[in-house]
Write a protein that binds this ligand. Structure first.
Ligand code: S3P
Length: 187
C-alpha cells in the first residue's frame, strides 16, 4: 500500500535514507505546536501522529481508546511508523507514549533522530490546561499522579534521545527556533 499522509507544508522526501526528526516528550511538552511552527519556518513536511490517526479513524483519540482500547491505538501508531520508513526528511510528532515501544522506535531510528522536549510533569500538565481531558490516560481522578507516573516510566527513554532541549524555562518560540536549527543541520 502506498502511504498517504496529510502533512502540513511540503511533501516528504522520497529517500528513506534522509533522516526524520522526531519530537518526543510528555503530553503537554509542546510537540505539536513546536512541530507545526518549526515545519512552517523550515519548509519541512510535518506529521502529527495523533491527528493523522484521528483522520484515518474518523474519531478523536479519546474515542479510539474508549471504543477499541489502548492496544488498538498502539497498533495504529505502529502501522503509521511502518509507513514512515518509506519516506524521509520529515518532522514528526508522535504521541507521548510512542517512545515506550522500543521495537516501534527502532523502525525509524536510526537513521531518524529523536529530540526530547524536556519539561517537568507538573509544567506539562499546567500547559495542557483543560485539554488534558482529551488525553485518555490523564482524564482520571488524579491527573497529577498519572502524569508523574508516565514521566517515571518513560523518563530514561526520553533522556536517551539524540538531543535534549531543556524546555522548562523556554518559550515555545525559543524551543521552535532550536528545532529549526537542528533541522537545518539534517541532510
Ligand atoms: C499518549 C499521549 C497522547 C496520545 C494518547 C496517549 C501517551 O499524545 O497519543 O493520548 O501515552 O502519553 P500527546 O503526547 O500528543 O498528548
Amino acid at each position: 500500500m502506498t502511504p498517504t499522509f496529510r502533512t502540513s507544508q511540503g511533501a516528504p522526501a522520497a529517500d528513506p535514507a534522509v533522516p526524520h526528526l522526531i519530537l518526543v516528550g510528555l503530553p503537554g511538552c509542546g510537540k505539536s505546536v513546536v512541530g507545526m511552527r518549526a515545519a512552517e519556518m523550515s519548509g519541512r513536511a510535518f506529521l502529527d501522529f495523533d491527528a493523522e490517526i484521528e483522520r484515518r479513524e474518523g474519531k478523536p483519540v479519546s474515542l479510539i481508546f474508549a471504543e477499541h482500547g489502548e492496544h488498538y491505538f498502539r497498533r495504529k501508531e505502529r502501522e503509521l511508523t511502518e509507513e514512515l520508513r518509506l519516506t524521509g526528511g520529515m518532522l514528526l510528532s508522535p504521541g507521548g507514549g510512542w517512545i515506550a515501544n522500543s521495537e516501534v522506535v527502532g523502525l525509524l531510528r536510526p537513521p531518524s533522530r529523536l529530540v526530547y522536549l524536556r519539561v517537568r510533569p507538573e509544567t506539562a500538565l499546567k500547559r495542557m490546561g483543560r485539554r488534558r481531558e482529551l488525553r485518555p490516560l490523564l482524564a482520571r481522578p488524579d491527573p497529577q499522579a498519572e502524569i508523574r507516573r508516565l514521566h517515571e516510566e518513560r523518563r530514561l527513554l526520553y533522556e536517551g534521545a539524540d538531543v535534549v532541549i531543556d524546555s522548562e524555562h523556554l518559550t515555545l518560540q525559543e524551543v521552535t527556533e532550536q528545532v529549526v536549527a537542528l533541522l537545518s543541520e539534517l541532510r
